[in-house]
Design a protein around this ligand. Sequence first.
Ligand SMILES: *Cc1c(COP(=O)(O)O)cnc(C)c1O
Length: 376
Amino acid sequence: MGIELSLLPAPEIWLAREQPDDPVFFFCPVRLAEVAGRFLRGFPGLVSYAVKANPAPEVVDGLVAAGIRAFDVASPEEMRLVRAHCPEAVLHYHNPVRSVAEIAEGMRQGCVSWSVDRMSELEKLSVLPRGTEIAVRLKLPVAGAAYDFGAKFGAVPEVAAHLLRRVVALDFTPSLTFHPGTQCTAPEPWARYIAVAAEVAGAAGVRLHRLNVGGGFPSHRGADAPDPGAIFAVIARAVRDAFGTAAPALVCEPGRGLCAEAMILALRVKAVGPEAVFLNDGIYGGMAEWRDIAPMDRVRVIAADGMARPGPLRARVVFGPTCDSLDRLPDPVPLPETIAEGDYVIFEGMGAYSRSLVTAFNGYGVRQVVRMSATG
Ligand SMILES: *Cc1c(COP(=O)(O)O)cnc(C)c1O
């Protein structure tokens, strides 16, 4: 093709050479290790990976290689997955509603921490060995997240205090946990939750073993890359201010914040109209989350030969490949005027809530994962 392919970024080289007609994820182990290192070095406590954000075997392996040993699992299947890749993993079973059979499986798999947000579920856990850590899940009115995790799970402060007292009465080890909501771009929700967590523990008269500050760490979706270090600093200060010398040990359980940067999604343009572009994947595939979260602008378009399509940009409606008229991204996406059939659209930072949500609706859905080399 007469182009110096070696000067292009890795996905461009691969796409120009292979000309895939189907959508492709590129997995970047170096980026995954880099982000994991930032959490492991910077967070003042235990870092536990929320598996649901991306349970791909290469992601779990990459995190284990980087030094992550604790995992937030929500189902027996996630427990088995983690155990298969890391037999010595520390499992936190933080889905607060479980069937009796799931509780039995969690015990067989050796889960060491269990969250609850209502009395009926706490009573179900009375089969656990005395001394097991039970983390009461606190919720507050949402602020600052891309969507509200408190809408389903969590106990308001008065109920949380009541649950904590019952945890102690049952001879379990009392902790508190919360999830500030996914993609929190500012640290205030953590500070607020931590302050209320201290009040709840005080009201219950319980000294917390641990405080789990949840996930919610943002990924890079727009102009500026987020700085998890700034959030860690706010968390550390808020814990000092709220708990003083009685500070509990800290745990965080990021999903998105750990895995988003590890995958790039490359889609092919199937057709171009004056107002719309048709891609080979959409909301039933790797773009599932785009229905519920603000769009991101780390998007670039290349021609089939790997070279960048120049601007100017124009916002176009983006349709996916299925025959369902819902299969479109909620907001128009700014794309180069020169975009053409056969081009590739490359989305950075697509490792979270993407691969795990792919369906096979209408026979579509991204399946191929290409591992990028160490230079990626
Ligand atoms: C989903 C989830 C997480 C991870 O959330 P992110 O926003 O992806 O960091 C952490 N903890 C619990 C309990 C969750 O349900």
